[in-house]
Design a binder for this molecule. Structure first.
Ligand code: AMP
Length: 391
């Protein structure tokens, strides 16, 4: 899909409505992680440099259409000003007159878009009202693009629209990984449950050449093959579904890679005594908490022959060492192949970002998406309304 970027727009003298994601974590009134603010700075600065006025639209928390003081974007203002290095005008009740009264080099932050229920209802009146505040619409919030809300979708149809820097980088990375990727393409999908990643698996089977299934969800696939999985986390009601996915994969010549060896323990706790077994030989009183070294070698060997990797979800219970071993080793292999120019690697989804941080490789992947739900929907092959509205 083609979308315009800031470079395609005439920004000088224009009020640029810019949808951003500054939904940052806070504790006691202080922003505890300003990553999301840092990631919108290129867009804000480029609009200013081109002579436009960024008017930032964002949600904060889930106020469900009500004014909730703890979810006022006013609380984020100091961190935004600090990172941007200039003052920002906060507007609680925006109007075109108030915006026109500001100098062109102002940066404006509008109060939480979700303080009215019209936002999530994608009410056309709200979209029209937002459109009346600006001349151009720029969406830099990929993470909110899977929602058809007034500030992400409705307004985009009312004004000349483009993707901001972060959105454009995210779309290019995802396009390179799943749209028109260099082959062979490999996907690594881990995490707790098959049931939450069914659409994702079904889509990937059709698009990738090798699909690694790890984590708790691999246990369900092992059980579906008739293997003992002891007391492991698994979804017994999903065995037929797992078999269907394997049949479909065989039909479309997608190689499914399941654990060939497993790390098991009798307790779900850090430092628990653990053993390595063949994947067929899980003791009946033990649970599978990670993939073993032979599996990691299989993944690494496959990675070496791949051109593109897309990764979502950990290969084991990575929060409790030593069950982070497979995730960390595989992530490090992917990172070093990427650094050496042999692999395009794209990863995303909440736990994945945390897992890659544990592995210390966050800077070495080609692109890591922090978008969560939007990233997963993209991997599921769905059209994201906020992206479609830019076309
Ligand atoms: P998800 O949110 O679906 O990506 O799942 C991530 C969670 O799955 C993490 O909290 C992991 O600890 C957990 N997980 C991964 N592998 C296992 C396993 N073998 N047994 C139990 N939990 C696991």
């Amino acid at each position: 899909m083609a979308w315009k970027t800031l470079d395609d727009m005439e920004l000088a003298g224009k009020r640029v409505l810019t949808r951003v994601d500054i939904n940052v974590p806070m504790e006691n009134g202080t922003v505890t992680d300003a990553t999301r603010i840092e990631r919108i700075l290129p867009t804000v600065k480029d609009i200013l440099a081109a002579g436009g006025t960024p008017i930032l639209l964002a949600h904060f928390g889930r106020p469900k259409g009500q004014f909730v003081p703890e979810m006022s974007l006013r609380l984020v203002l100091p961190a935004l000003e600090e990172k941007l290095g200039q003052s920002v005008t906060f507007i609680e009740r925006p109007s075109r007159d108030a915006i026109d009264a500001l100098p062109m080099d102002a940066v404006v932050l509008v109060e939480n878009t979700r303080f009215t229920s019209m936002e999530e209802a994608n009410d056309p009146q709200m979209a029209q009202f937002l459109a009346s505040l600006g001349d151009i619409y720029c969406n830099d919030a990929f993470s909110a693009a899977h929602r058809a809300h007034a500030s992400t979708e409705g307004v985009a149809k009312q004004l000349p629209a483009c993707a901001g820097r972060l959105m454009a980088a995210e779309l290019s990375a995802l396009e390179a990984a799943l749209g028109t990727p260099k082959r062979p393409v490999m996907a690594v999908v881990g995490g707790a449950k098959v049931s939450t990643k069914l659409d994702l698996l079904s889509n990937l089977v059709e698009k990738v050449d090798h699909l690694v299934i790890g984590g708790g969800m691999a246990n369900t696939f092992l059980a579906a093959q008739g293997f003992e999985i002891g007391t492991s986390l698994a979804e017994r009601e999903m065995l037929d579904t797992a078999r269907d996915i394997m049949v479909k994969a065989a039909q479309v010549e997608c190689q499914i890679i399941l654990p060939v060896d497993i790390i098991v323990a009798r307790e779900f706790k850090a430092g628990a005594d653990c053993e390595t077994h063949h994947a067929q030989n899980c003791p009946s009183d033990a649970m599978i908490l990670d993939a073993g070294p032979a599996t990691v070698k299989l993944i690494t060997d496959t990675l070496m022959g791949a051109e593109t990797l897309i990764w979502n979800g950990p290969l084991g219970a990575f929060e409790i060492p030593p069950f982070d071993t497979a995730t960390v080793s595989a992530a490090q292999s992917a990172a070093s192949l990427t650094k050496d120019g042999h692999l395009i690697s794209v990863a995303g989804g909440g736990d994945t970002v945390a897992a890659l941080n544990v592995a210390g490789v966050s800077d070495d992947f080609t692109y890591i998406s922090t978008a969560g739900g939007a990233f997963l929907e993209w991997m599921e092959g769905k059209t994201l309304p906020g992206v479609a509205a830019l076309g």
